[in-house]
Ligand binder design. Structure first.
Ligand SMILES: Cc1cc2nc3c(=O)[nH]c(=O)nc-3n(C[C@H](O)[C@H](O)[C@H](O)COP(=O)(O)OP(=O)(O)OC[C@H]3O[C@@H](n4cnc5c(N)ncnc54)[C@H](O)[C@@H]3O)c2cc1C
Length: 380
């Protein structure tokens, strides 16, 4: 049994998280996929259980639990419903983490305390013409009075409809490329800010993915995360931890698929015996389980290094790359084990496969993870 490096107290809390995920979230997963939204009562329950406050530092209303613990929580929730996991993951790794790492004390007091009390946040980096090439963003922030005025639009923003605030990347000095980017916190109720479109998707359909529009949105100087023109570093470091969160999401999706497939091959009979008695099927199961455990080791190791403030750039990309590729191949093979039934919407196998696909794409596609890993190797 592979275990994350977490404290005895965190292990105890994790038991409740697993119970909540399996008893309260999992039974709703199909409905969440169908209705394309995570019910507010589930978000409220995550807050009641202290999941939003878990990772927030104590001085800002949180419990100050470890990143390794958060990774285990995301994995457990993703086993039940990855869209639900993404609500928490977005709030903590994408919104809270950049503030924890780079925010002023004032910013932390104003926003981390709200996240600790259950408010959802998000990260708005991607634009229609700037995905993998994040430094090519065009959304501008122009100096006005004691702040900045933001104009532009953002694409594919998770938690879009439910977030109360976003970390937003803008261009403050277009002549300086990635050295001219500034990161702000923008409240969703700011005049001029709006969700301009809901985006329909293949998987994680319960997660709200939207396009955002900024028309003369004023943000005060106090809402700069870190320093003016130093925002690219903020977002790159945010994605380092974010990728470990996505690796954990991939683990959860793959584990759910594998558990269901193992149950099925035990009881499904063909040619007068359980299909799990065929060696061809046993070899598939063995390969899936090995890939999953290898992905788990990498992911837990990356989280542990993040907790120890070690350089985790390469390992976080490796964890995300390996775990998401494993999840895609495991969920595809699991569907195969269900035969024709796996191809129907009567079972969850097809949903696991649809949900797994996004983990190879967001927070940097797996091609981009390879670029990061190779760059790190060649730099040494
Ligand atoms: C459901 C969903 C949720 C998302 N949530 C968020 C969010 O909350 N916040 C946010 O800011 N963004 C979010 N994103 C955006 C996501 O991170 C981007 O979609 C992703 O980084 C890829 O960018 P792109 O879609 O523009 O693809 P492109 O960059 O156009 O890439 C197209 C293809 O080219 C490949 N490619 C590009 N450059 C290279 C290269 N140098 N070498 C080799 N191959 C390359 C890519 O790997 C890909 O296969 C989300 C996306 C989705 C679909």
């Amino acid at each position: 049994m592979i275990e994350a490096t977490i404290t005895q107290d965190e292990k105890e809390v994790l038991k409740y998280v697993r119970q909540f995920a399996q008893k309260e979230v999992k039974p709703l997963a199909r409905e969440i996929d169908r209705t394309k939204s995570v019910p507010q009562k589930i978000i409220d329950r995550m807050n009641e259980l202290g999941l939003f406050s878990s990772y927030i530092p104590r001085e800002y209303g949180g419990a100050g639990l470890s990143f390794s613990f958060l990774v285990r929580v995301i994995e457990e929730l993703s086993m039940a419903c990855p869209s639900t996991a993404l609500v928490l993951d977005g709030a903590l790794t994408l919104f809270a983490d950049p503030l924890i790492m780079f925010g002023s004390d004032d910013l932390k007091k104003r926003y981390l305390t709200k996240v600790a009390a259950g408010a959802v946040g998000g990260l708005a980096l991607t634009e229609a013409n700037a995905g993998s090439d994040a430094a090519a963003i065009k959304t501008s922030a122009v100096r006005k009075g004691n702040g900045y005025v933001i104009n532009g639009s953002k694409m594919f923003i998770s938690n879009g409809r439910i977030a109360k605030f976003f970390v937003v990347d803008t261009v403050t000095d277009p002549s300086k490329g990635h050295r001219g980017i500034t990161t702000f916190v923008v409240d969703a109720d700011s005049p001029g800010f709006r969700v301009s479109r809901d985006i329909e998707k293949l998987g994680i359909r319960g997660s709200s993915t939207v396009e955002l529009e900024f028309q003369d949105v004023f943000v005060p100087d106090e809402n700069v995360v870190g320093e003016v023109n130093r925002g690219f570093r903020v977002v790159m470091e945010t994605l380092d931890s974010g990728r470990i969160g996505i690796a954990a999401q991939a683990l959860g999706i793959a584990q759910a698929a594998l558990d269901e497939a193992v149950d099925y091959v035990r009881q499904r009979k063909q040619f007068g015996q359980s299909i799990g008695d065929f060696q061809g099927i046993q070899f598939m199961l063995a390969d899936m389980s090995t890939k999953l455990d290898a992905a788990r080791l990498l992911t837990y190791k990356a989280a542990e290094m993040w907790d120890r403030h070690e350089n985790a750039v390469k390992i976080s990309s490796q964890a995300k790359l390996f775990a998401s590729d494993a999840a895609m191949s495991i969920t595809t093979d699991c569907l195969q084990l269900f035969g024709g039934y796996g191809y129907t919407t009567d079972l969850d196998a097809e949903r696991h496969m649809r949900d797994a696909k996004i983990t190879q794409i967001y927070e940097g596609t797996n091609q981009i993870q390879r670029v990061i890993i190779a760059r790190d190797l060649l730099r040494q």
